[in-house]
Write a protein that binds this ligand. Structure first.
Ligand code: NAG
Ligand code: NAG
Ligand code: NAG
Ligand code: NAG
Ligand code: NAG
Ligand code: NAG
Ligand code: NAG
Ligand code: NAG
Length: 442
């Protein structure tokens, strides 16, 4: 047993070290996820060009929620933005050199945000003006796009003289994204709406931005708790799972403060106002193993919001569990299997039904959503032993949630052998290592 414990420590250290390089921008459950920015030059002007910029969110379950994206870059020369449609630079900068026509933005490093819905038609283009909110690809590919148009001056006026903008930055809405350098790619071909004519961009360049939770925040933003019909213990979220730095300002759910007016007003920088809990997470996901039938079993999933200042619109929940390949029915949530490695069908995303529970309300009596999932047992693998019925990974809104430690999982009565649990842990970490090695080599 001591040997097991020791091995477990060594193995977890090794797997931890092996996973770190990927922490930069690699999501094992969405290995191809990224946000791509595409600049299509659609015409040359006397001193520059007009480009349409399209942002595609190819991430399966990570959307950009309110207050939306903020995009920045650094001009390579002395470019200015004469005008924009469908977005705006937040700061005009110093345009004193200009007489007559004043540019929209003279900054060397413009910062651009989307316009709000309902702006006049002459300021809109297709896929703009959604307050910077972009759906995830898995939830709604048609809404996973955002566009704007800009007219650039004092740049090159041909594909030989244009210099690509540099140092792209993307907030979505918080930190976490790292963007590549712009790269000239094959010019985009546009089909006319009736499909009878093709046109082509004069020049196209792409930038790819990838997400790293590690860059987004030091601490997780959600945690998971467990319970089961076969053991009355409720395994809570780990203490301070999301860091306890907010503990001083938290609000007790039964205090008068929780009912004060204005408590739900969001802050400009999105700082949360949390209900006091021992985990101090804005989101808790609870996985309850509810029922055992002969050929099926049933799980209840609840998501609770502890942030008084945030409504989560179009939230997503991702779970990894070996039995998700045999989901028979999902009640009250929409469900979509994710196949990150094509052949392995153990991951799926849950999201709210439109107009029913796609809004996870602020902390309080209405601040939760729930679902039940019916799974068909695979008789070869199914067991209630050793925590098998609990998820291996859980993500909320694209961020991985902290799970309870494996040795705390609800145990079947009289079967809680420390040894078997260590073996289970060892097997899990060996798998993790093999997995990490595969990806370091590839
Ligand atoms: C970005 O995502 C798309 C869609 O998954 C993929 O085809 C493309 O290769 C990705 N780009 C990079 C640079 O990873
Ligand atoms: C450039 O981005 C578009 C999506 O915006 C994508 O369809 C295309 O494949 C990308 N091109 C390259 C070479 O990555
Ligand atoms: C620039 O345009 C010329 C034709 O006008 C074309 O032959 C060339 O491939 C283009 N170069 C790039 C980098 O797009
Ligand atoms: C672009 O970013 C690189 C590295 O982050 C930095 O060294 C460089 O100075 C930046 N360039 C400009 C023009 O800001
Ligand atoms: C959440 O939505 C409800 C109903 O739309 C609204 O009354 C409330 O002010 C919102 N709360 C926050 C924190 O935005
Ligand atoms: C994956 O599992 C789901 C059930 O969760 C099933 O509907 C789907 O057909 C499976 N896909 C593959 C490729 O096995
Ligand atoms: C579970 O799903 C797999 C693949 O999706 C399928 O081959 C198998 O027959 C299913 N098992 C049961 C018990 O339905
Ligand atoms: C329930 O699970 C806990 C945690 O694994 C364990 O300590 C306890 O002994 C179990 N209860 C019963 C009645 O077996």
């Amino acid at each position: 047993m001591t040997f097991n414990k020791y091995m477990w420590l060594v193995l977890s250290a090794v797997s931890f070290i092996l996973t770190i390089p990927h922490a930069a921008a690699y999501d094992p459950l969405d290995p191809n996820g990224n946000i791509t920015l595409k600049w299509d030059v659609i015409s040359w002007t006397s001193d520059g060009y007009v480009a349409v910029v399209t942002m595609n969110n190819f991430q399966m379950y990570r959307h950009i929620m309110s207050p939306g994206w903020t995009l920045g870059w650094v001009w390579a020369k002395k470019e200015v933005i004469w005008s924009m449609v469908g977005a705006q630079a937040v700061d005009q900068g110093d345009c004193t050199k200009f007489k007559g026509n004043i540019p929209h933005c003279c900054k060397k490093n413009p910062t651009v945000v989307d316009l709000l819905p309902g702006v006049p038609y002459n300021q809109q283009i297709a896929n703009c003006c959604k307050a910077g909110v972009v759906a995830s690809w898995g939830q709604d590919p048609s809404a996973a796009v955002s566009s704007f148009q800009l007219s650039v001056g004092r740049s090159g006026t041909s594909n030989k003289t244009v210099r690509l903008p540099k140092n792209f930055t993307l907030l979505g809405p918080g930190p976490g994204y790292t963007c590549s350098q712009a790269k000239i790619v094959r010019s985009t071909v546009f089909n006319s709406p009736d499909g009878r004519r093709k046109t082509q961009a004069l020049m196209t360049w792409n930038v790819t931005c990838t997400y790293s939770q590690f860059l987004a925040s030091k601490n997780p933003s959600c945690c998971v708790s467990f319970s089961s019909f076969y053991n009355e213990t409720i395994v809570p979220c780990p203490s301070c799972a999301c860091g306890c730095h907010n503990k001083k300002n938290c609000i007790k759910s039964d205090s008068k403060l929780a009912h004060k007016t204005g408590i739900n007003t969001p802050k400009k920088d999105n700082t949360p106002l949390l209900q006091c809990t021992h985990h101090m997470c804005p989101i808790r996901v609870h996985w309850h193993v509810k029922l055992n039938y002969k050929a099926y079993w049933r799980v209840k999933i609840s998501i609770t919001n502890f942030n008084y200042r945030m409504n989560y619109t179009e939230w997503t929940l991702v779970a990894q569990h070996p039995n998700l390949n045999n989901v028979t029915q999902v009640f009250s949530f929409d469900y979509k299997p994710l196949l990150p490695y094509e052949s392995i069908n153990d991951t799926g995303m849950f999201y709210g039904m439109k107009f029913y529970n796609d809004l996870l309300m602020e902390a309080g009596p209405a601040g939760n959503v729930q679902s039940e999932v019916l799974l068909q047992k695979d008789q070869n693998t199914f067991t209630f032993k050793q925590g098998w019925a609990f998820p291996r990974r859980v993500y909320f809104n694209g961020d991985e949630c902290m799970l309870p430690p494996p040795d705390a999982y609800p145990a079947l009565p009289n079967s809680a052998h420390v040894n078997s649990i260590s073996i289970f842990k060892m097997a899990a970490s060996v798998l993790l290592i093999l997995f990490s090695i595969c990806f370091s080599l590839s």
